[in-house]
Write a protein of this length. Sequence first.
Length: 341
Amino acid sequence: MRLRGGISGFGAVAAQAHLPGWRTRPDIQIVAVHDPVPERRHQALGLIKGVRVYEDLDLMLSGERLDFLDVASPPALHARAARAGLEAGAHVIVEKPLCLDLAEFDALAKLAASNARVLMCVHNWKHSPAYRLAHEIVSRELGPLGYLAFERSRTEPAGAGASGAAWRLDPSLGGGILIDHGWHVFYLMRWLMGEAPIEVSAYLASPTRQPADNIAADDLADVRVRFPRDRIAYCHLSWRAPARRTSAILHGEQGILVLEGEYARLTDRSGRTRDFPAPDAPDDSYHAAWFAGVAAEFETAIAQGDRPLAAVNLAEAKAALALIVGARESSLTGTAVAISV
């Protein structure tokens, strides 16, 4: 039996990543789309044969028999849409961030469990060729990690100038680089380290290049995360860079792995180096090929009685949210903040 899905929020990420990803799953059908913007509803009608479109989310949920809801609206709208989907009896997958508040996160996770529904967040970087390769090398030969460092340098926010990307610069919609890029980096930290973080310290800055006074629309972040046994992860996130760069360095017991774009170099204890290509699909910043992996994982989680994939995903999502909340507090107070997840 095919799973019938609805999408809430049909902006660029839904049209260019989620929809192509769902289309790789033969047992999934998108039958309804909600978006308050008429132009986006019209776009959905042109892209999805036989789809029904709705201006109101509650009307879509009450009028359609949906097996799942895909929430792809701006971050500040995620919690309300996820709650509505779960209350309507649907499984729910949410574009990052899952929500913006830890109490809200716990309430959504509890609601999903009590309704025996899957709740997951889109952690698509785990399905990128570079990070699939990194995780495999860590497991196979690098050994437990003691240090991680990520760089996400951009000259401007993704989709700058496009109306659908306006949320990234709007604090009221959950904008800012810590949400847009930090969420990805934080769940990757949790995944690669293999355990939960225990402390975070951070410096955040707004476009005025002053310390961000607990606002969401930060455009620069330096974050240090401590894990048990003094294992350290660090990230630098910037929308001010002179050029685009995506890189990482991983220190394990048996060597060092450097990721640079679509390439990886492993240096072992003897100094011997090996290079590993990690070619990606020809894609844009929305990474439709990565979402195909997310879609497969979500479909598998729905099929599993005890839903272990969903539990792992939620653990990563809660760590990411706790680090964002803690990083903001740390930047405001100038002190390290304990994390408990």
